[in-house]
Design a protein around this ligand. Structure first.
Ligand code: PHE
Length: 342
């Protein structure tokens, strides 16, 4: 190390590096400055090499420590500069890409409020009505096993009634063992398995069938299932509940009727219709007394418990309530359509 005061030379090398770093404009410039001080051919590295020429051992140690600290100072200043540059770049990008939402916010504070989809509105109103009648709300999975969608509902494999539902199968290891649920009835079984009776439950949700979309069909639609299990439940309770629901949901000038029908999981089974004030009828859904085999599949003793179930399409009800002519309009997400229903 040359005789000119080495500690002075270390100090000025550090000072120069720090000054250069403070004006380095990008990552490459930062690395260049750091290299010029602490890199292989850097000024501080050269000073460290020349330490060998210092004879006095104690002085050599002191200078070594000083150099070590100097190099650390430069390296950490370089790192800080890199971080600052990165942060500045992000700030700059954020400022550049910033959206002025003032206008949007002002408009939505006025008349342009978002609204819930018709089907969501209908589902929430249905839940409200049934909760008012003392029901609880439950949900089940949309991807179901064959067991819940069919077998537990009294339809063993190859039961002809399975063809009542145009089923979409999920491609899994065991062919046909997993389906997109074709109705909300599988949730009946899940609720029976989980909740101790008495059970008063409604189960809304999305269901799937292999249907071509038209004015009255969609391959994805919504149902709400109802299940009551208690002691001494009769068909009169079913009819009374359907009527109470009809009036609560549609209004006092509506009424309901049951027509004999068939479902494998209810016995007897019925179709239920509602009568509009103008005297015309529309079909709303299916219902019936829960079949003893279904109670057993749900883990309940049919000698002790009885119940009824019903299920109907929510989309069709929303369509009916709002006078929508084509179900497909409800899913086209055209604001000119959806905007009509506050
Ligand atoms: N799950 C039946 C359907 O999708 C409807 C239904 C539910 C019938 C409950 C009876 C009891 O058609």
């Amino acid at each position: 190390m040359s005789s000119a005061d080495p500690s002075q030379r270390i100090a000025s090398a550090v000072e120069a590096a720090l000054a250069d770093l403070s004006v380095a404009g990008d990552a490459a410039a930062v690395s260049a400055v750091a290299n010029a001080a602490t890199g292989k051919k850097g000024s501080l590295t050269a000073l460290r090499r020349s330490l060998a020429e210092v004879d006095d051992a104690e002085r050599r140690r002191d200078l070594g420590a000083l150099l070590h600290h100097a190099m650390e100072t430069v390296d950490s200043a370089a790192e800080q500069r890199r971080v600052a540059l990165r942060r500045a770049a992000i700030d700059e990008q954020v400022a550049r890409e910033r959206w002025d939402l003032t206008e949007t916010a002002l408009r939505s504070a006025g008349q342009r409020r978002g609204r819930l989809h018709l089907v969501t509105q209908a589902t929430e109103r249905l839940e409200d009505v049934f909760v008012g009648l003392g029901f609880q709300v439950a949900e089940g999975p949309e991807v179901e096993s064959d067991f819940y969608n069919f077998e537990a509902l009294n339809m063993p494999p190859s039961h002809p009634a399975r063809s009542m539902w145009d089923t979409l199968f999920v491609d899994t290891t065991e062919t046909g063992s997993v389906v997109l649920r074709t109705h909300t009835s599988p949730v009946q079984i899940r609720v029976m398995q989980e909740w101790p009776p008495p059970i008063y439950a409604v189960m809304p949700g999305r269901v799937f069938r292999r249907d071509t979309p038209d004015a009255t069909h969609m391959p994805v639609f919504h149902q709400i299932e109802g299940l009551v299990v208690d002691r001494g439940i009769t068909f009169a309770d079913l009819a009374g509940t359907i009527e109470a629901f009809t009036q609560a949901f549609f209004g006092r000038d509506f009424t309901s009727r049951l027509r004999p029908s068939y479902f494998p999981f209810t016995e007897p089974s019925a179709e239920f219709d509602i009568r509009r004030p103008d005297g015309t009828w529309i079909e709303l859904g299916g219902c019936g007394m829960v079949h003893p085999s279904v109670l057993r599949a749900g883990g309940l003793d049919p000698l002790e418990w009885s119940g009824f179930a019903f299920g109907f399409g929510i989309d069709r009800m929303a369509k009916e309530r709002h006078g929508v002519e084509d179900l497909r309009d409800m899913y086209s997400d055209d604001v000119r359509f959806t905007g009509q229903f506050p």
